[in-house]
Design a protein around this ligand. Structure first.
Ligand code: PLP
Length: 368
């Protein structure tokens, strides 16, 4: 079976982990700080703070901005659950706006209608490896005195008008095992805000600057040195692995150019890092995914139930009318995408998708 994702881990990561284990400093050593410095440099931002995962990175930003009950954060529903749960963690409420049908990203044109006197922040998600329209979003935020928090969990190294994902002010990254860069579990906050950076460093460490002096209510959201050692090697590989993802994407684009499917798109001035290669394939999506599995290819569906339709969100009475989000949930699928995908494996994916699409469109020539 060809999996949807596979981390690129090899002898360098094994050597780096072995060195940490042999050193005896498996937590609280120098590697976390080294990874933070290098990630801040890579993103072109003043502060990077390494954390236990991307969810706590988002939670820490929203908590550090002082969000609480009665506050609202404008975000999208076509995202991983943690974007929404991290807002709710603070007691604030998510307010959902729809996505653009072609990029799957927050539609900046819908933000102003969602702003109320309670709105404090806007949280666009740089989904699948593509940064949302940050200039348009920031301009709206500036007009209304709001903070923009980028969920960059899927966008390591992506660029928007020459700037990296994570460099716009406040951002969270995930280093989970399937991400473009991984430490198994892990995350970063990147920020230009000295006060927030200092606060999150305390917050992740039980509120302590000095041992057993708890200045603020904090928790243990720290990254281990074992994870950071893997992260340093992964960062060395990131640009090469991104180039490989882009090469795989180009081959998919060419192979499917004549099919009645919607290929990934990205506006000029942005660099897509293809965390996912996501296609719109119409109402027979589930049949196509099943056909692919029969042909030995596991595809992903991100995300089959949008956040605003999840049971716990419905219970909160958070209503939203999001036709583009619902359409994406029903008709998109993602193909295997990872640097180690071989030419032969990719040929198998291409052949399987072409066969299934042509069979599913045999009578009409169309998917919808
Ligand atoms: C868009 C998005 N936000 C947040 C997260 C949460 O990150 P983590 O799984 O590291 O907690 C993820 C990762 O799965 C994600 O894809």
């Amino acid at each position: 079976m060809i999996p949807p994702a596979r981390p690129d881990l090899g002898p360098e990561e094994i050597a780096a982990v072995t060195e940490v284990l042999n050193s005896g400093m498996i937590a609280g050593g120098r590697r976390v700080a080294e990874l933070e410095d290098r990630w801040a440099d890579f993103c072109g931002v003043k502060h990077a703070i390494a954390l236990a995962n991307g969810t706590v990175a988002l939670m820490s930003i929203f908590a550090g901005l002082g969000l609480g009950p009665g506050d609202e954060v404008i975000t999208v529903s076509h995202t991983f659950n943690a974007t929404v749960s991290s807002i709710l963690f603070t007691g604030a409420s998510p307010v959902f706006v729809d996505i653009e049908p072609d990029t799957y990203l927050m539609d900046a044109g819908r933000i102003e209608a969602a702003i109320t006197p309670r709105t404090r922040a806007i949280c666009p998600v740089s989904l699948f490896g593509l940064v949302a329209d940050m200039d348009a979003i920031q301009a709206i935020a500036d007009r209304h005195g709001l903070t923009v928090v980028e969920d960059a969990c899927q966008a390591h190294g992506a660029q928007y008008r020459g700037r990296r994902a994570g460099s716009f002010g406040y951002a969270a990254f995930s280093l989970y095992g399937t991400k473009n860069m991984t430490t198994g579990e892990g995350g970063f906050v990147t920020t230009v805000d000295d006060r927030l950076a200092d606060w999150i460093r305390l917050y992740r460490n039980q509120g302590m600057r000095e041992r057993y002096h708890h200045e603020i209510l904090g928790y243990n959201f720290r990254m281990t040195d074992i994870a950071a050692a893997i992260g340093l090697v992964q960062l060395d590989k990131l640009e090469r692995n991104t180039a490989r993802r882009q090469e795989i994407a180009r081959r998919y684009d060419e192979a499917f150019a004549d099919l009645p499917v919607i290929l990934p798109t990205w506006p000029e001035g942005r660099t897509h890092v293809f965390h996912q290669y996501t296609l719109g394939v119409g109402p027979t999506r589930d049949q196509i995914v099943a056909d692919m599995k029969t042909a030995g290819v596991i595809c992903g569906i991100y995300y089959p139930i949008p956040c605003h339709r999840q049971a716990y969100v419905l219970e909160l009475g958070l209503e939203a009318d999001l036709p583009n989000t619902d359409a994406a949930a029903a008709s998109s699928m993602s193909l295997p995408m990872y640097p180690g995908l071989t030419e032969a494996e990719q040929s198998q994916v291409i052949e399987a998708l072409r066969t299934s699409i042509l069979a599913n469109t045999a009578s009409t020539g169309k998917l919808s």
